[in-house]
Design a protein around this ligand. Structure first.
Ligand code: C2O
Ligand code: CU
Length: 458
């Protein structure tokens, strides 16, 4: 058949005229599959990783607030997978949790994710099946939701994914993802620390330039302790949610796995010098990101930044009369766990270890059939997180943000809270997003080894 130009145009016009709901256009793909990249410094061979759309970390997804995100996950991996959109107050069916909100997508299969982005901020997406392995292999990326209005005045912005990788001397990824020693201790800690997949991330800046840095800890288990050198900075948002008032970065900024911080930083050092985002380790400060100062942007520093515009529906919860719950963390090396309930019935410590289970929440190791609580929609819950273990845990709740209950006030909204060993922290949340929501440790090996539960919001 001869197709004339006119017919083609007619077809195209016809497609445009269809009402929006009828359009059959396939969503953009998010293909998970093997990739190779130069991860280690030059001189080493490239490393086999897993990524999205041919890159590890995956491509940045950036959309305006209230937009719909639509992606067709296509699974080109040799294992089942799913995608979780971390920190988004999402429609439950799109939350990406196998066994709770969807079936894991088998190799060769696909799943369409489509949902609205209610909050502006710094979020991320990552695999949520066998995540100890899949996130460690590179299946994660930034999800940036831009403010509709009231964006800060800045000269440049950088999204910085902070990560560590466990590499062999040949620059391959070490594939001991199920290592029981890691699981029962601090988790899988890598030996090669990167920013956006580079060991030597840097850019040029000018003195007095103002940057927005969107920091995301995408590591499996590493807690990043950070500091600024040659930069004056303010935290303007945590875990995607704006602070009421920018908070000057004075000493260290701690980011547990999955936590984010939005910083506004001004370059204070002179041309020819270098400013740093510093990673504080036991060995001293390492350059996590370097900013080489090449000139001067303005004569004088600017006044402190304004707060970002608040996200909707973020009022303070009413604590009077709120239901109280305890979530006791037990187990791990040097812990006191002797037995626990599991989805397969009660088990002794030896029986647990055989299943790779070493942690429990309220005496249960693994995902219980019954939720930690069933909340009425709109109900406020106060949950005491009691860390009766010898390790810190970064606890993440899906679908909601919460605030820490402090002696004199409520803390900022967060979706992940670091609970240091032997401590008790209390959070308060308004259960206003209906569905079944996972609540787990984001040290991913801990999650795999039992530290997870869930909440049902009616
Ligand atoms: Cu970032 Cu349940 O995960
Ligand atoms: Cu943990």
């Amino acid at each position: 058949m001869k197709i004339t130009r006119r017919q083609l145009m007619g077809g195209a016009l016809g497609a445009v005229l269809l009402p929006a709901g009828v359009r059959a256009a396939a969503p953009a793909t998010l293909r998970a599959g093997p990739v190779e990249r130069q991860l280690a410094p030059g001189g080493y061979p490239p490393t086999a990783l897993w990524g999205y759309e041919g890159s590890a970390p995956g491509p940045e997804i950036r959309l305006p607030q209230n937009a719909r995100l639509e992606r067709r996950l296509v699974n080109g991996l040799p294992q089942a997978t799913s995608v979780h959109w971390h920190g988004i107050r999402i429609d439950n069916a799109m939350d990406g949790v196998p066994g709770l909100t969807q079936e894991a997508v088998a190799p060769g299969g696909q799943f369409d994710y489509a949902f609205r982005l209610p909050d502006a901020g710094t979020f991320w997406y990552h695999a949520h099946n066998r995540s100890t392995e899949q996130v460690a292999r590179g299946l994660h990326g930034a999800l940036i939701v831009e403010e509709a209005e009231g964006r800060p005045e800045i000269d440049a912005e950088e999204v910085l994914l902070l990560d560590d990788w466990r590499m062999t001397p040949e620059a391959a990824l070490s594939d001991d993802f199920d290592n029981l020693h890691d699981r029962s201790h601090a988790g899988r800690i890598g030996n090669y620390v990167t920013t956006n997949g580079r060991g030597d991330w840097s850019r040029t800046v000018r003195r007095h330039e103002r940057l927005r840095l969107r920091l995301v800890n995408v590591a499996n288990a590493r807690i990043f302790e950070l500091a600024l050198a040659g930069l004056e900075g303010w935290v303007v948002a945590l875990d995607g949610m704006p602070l009421d008032r920018p908070r000057p970065v004075q000493e260290t900024l701690v980011l547990a796995p999955a936590q984010r911080a939005d910083l506004i930083v001004d370059v204070t050092v002179a041309a020819g010098e270098t400013a740093y985002l510093v990673h504080l380790t036991r060995e001293g400060g390492m350059a996590q990101a370097a900013f080489e100062v090449t000139g001067q942007a303005a004569k004088a520093p600017r006044p402190a930044p304004h707060a970002l515009p608040p996200n909707p529906n973020t009022g303070l919860p009413e604590l009077t009369g709120a239901r109280r719950l305890d979530l006791r963390m037990e187990g791990g090396a040097m812990g006191r766990l002797s037995d626990a309930m599991t989805p397969q019935g009660p088990k002794s410590m030896q029986g647990l270890t055989q299943e790779g289970l070493v942690w429990a929440l309220n005496g249960f190791a693994g995902l219980p059939e019954a939720p930690l609580a069933e909340a009425a929609r709109g109900e406020t819950l106060r949950i005491a997180l009691v860390n009766d273990t010898a390790f810190p845990h970064g606890m993440h709740l899906h679908g909601h943000h919460f605030r820490e209950v402090l002696p004199d006030r409520l803390g900022p909204l967060r979706d992940t809270i670091l609970v240091e060993r032997g401590t008790r922290r209390e959070i308060a949340m308004v259960a206003d997003n209906p569905g079944d929501w996972l609540f787990h440790c984001h040290m991913l090996g801990h999650q795999a080894a039992g530290m997870k539960t869930w909440l049902r919001v009616a």
